[in-house]
Design a protein around this ligand. Structure first.
Ligand code: ADP
Ligand code: MG
Length: 269
């Protein structure tokens, strides 16, 4: 079995020991795991300590993203592929899970196409067009490199920084990166580990959403979560069996999500 798990910043900060224990168990049981991390909040803190003000923008569809100019992508890469990535690798190693940290730039693991423009909604609800800066959309995954590592018993730990057509570094969304990796490798499962128990609709946790129901529920889902639902859909369309959006802050977060005891399962149908 091949599992791709992605954890957001809060989970990377507070949930790594349990995730690392699950990872060791998964690999010992003969399955393969690929881990993708986010960490945007930490990028913002460090960028601002360096005197580089950050701005988050919202698209008309409700996606939240960072406005990434050249200095920002450099700081983002330092924090994501350096500080956060190595902290995750060391947490995995401490539980005996052998792991290798990579960015999407290494071995052209994530190739992306630079976005040309970004449509954003300003504070007054008006649409504005900005140059997209250094952010991209993933167009290719080096699955061979990832396979090489998982087949040797390593857990690749991947930061969401991609390489562009002109070999420039590009900011890519972590949820989308995980979905593309899972899709390219036809993973059995894709798990988004986040800071809530799953998709909440009308105040209640939803246990299952079918692909055919997604368009109906999306208008009720806010920024952050809607990116995951879209990414889940994208992965399922690429042949992934199921996607689970689950808490990364509980005991055994990955194993309990795989057993459908934690989170919202997004399934074909
Ligand atoms: P991550 O760092 O894991 O990517 P995000 O903050 O980007 O986390 O996304 C998760 C957040 O999405 C939740 O903390 C919650 O505030 C928000 N959210 C918006 N709409 C919903 C919803 N319908 N159900 C659950 N969470 C939602
Ligand atoms: Mg997020």
């Amino acid at each position: 079995m091949l599992i791709v798990a992605k954890a957001g910043g809060t989970v990377v900060k507070n949930g790594l020991p349990e995730i690392a224990k699950d990872s060791k168990e998964i690999v010992d049981g003969g399955s393969n795991l690929i881990f993708v991390h986010g960490g945007g909040a930490e990028v913002t803190i460090i960028a601002e300590k360096l005197g580089k003000k950050q701005s988050l923008v919202i698209s008309p569809e409700g996606f939240r993203s960072r406005y990434t100019d050249m200095e920002t992508v450099e700081i983002l890469n330092m924090v994501m592929s350096g500080k956060i990535n190595k902290r995750v690798v060391s947490a995995f190693q401490s539980q005996g899970a052998r792991s290798v940290g990579l960015s999407g730039v290494d071995g052209c693991l994530l190739k992306a196409k630079k976005k040309e423009k970004m449509i954003v909604v300003d504070e007054r609800g008006r649409k504005r067009v900005l140059g997209a800066g250094f952010s991209g959309k993933i167009c290719q995954v080096n699955s061979e490199l990832v396979k090489l590592l998982v087949e040797s018993g390593y857990v690749p730990v991947i930061s969401p920084v991609a390489i562009g057509e002109e070999f420039e570094l590009l900011n890519v969304d972590g949820d989308r990166a995980a979905a593309n990796i899972a899709g390219a490798l036809k993973a059995d499962g894709l798990i988004f580990l986040t800071d809530v128990n799953g998709v909440i609709l009308d105040g209640k946790l939803v246990r299952e959403i079918k692909v055919s129901e997604i368009q109906k529920v999306l208008p009720k889902i806010g920024a952050g979560m809607s990116t995951k639902v879209h990414a889940a859909l994208e992965a399922l369309n690429m042949g992934v069996k199921e996607a689970i959006i689950a808490s990364g802050l509980c005991k055994s977060p990955i194993l309990s999500a795989l057993q459908h005891e934690n989170g919202t399962v997004i399934v074909h149908g």
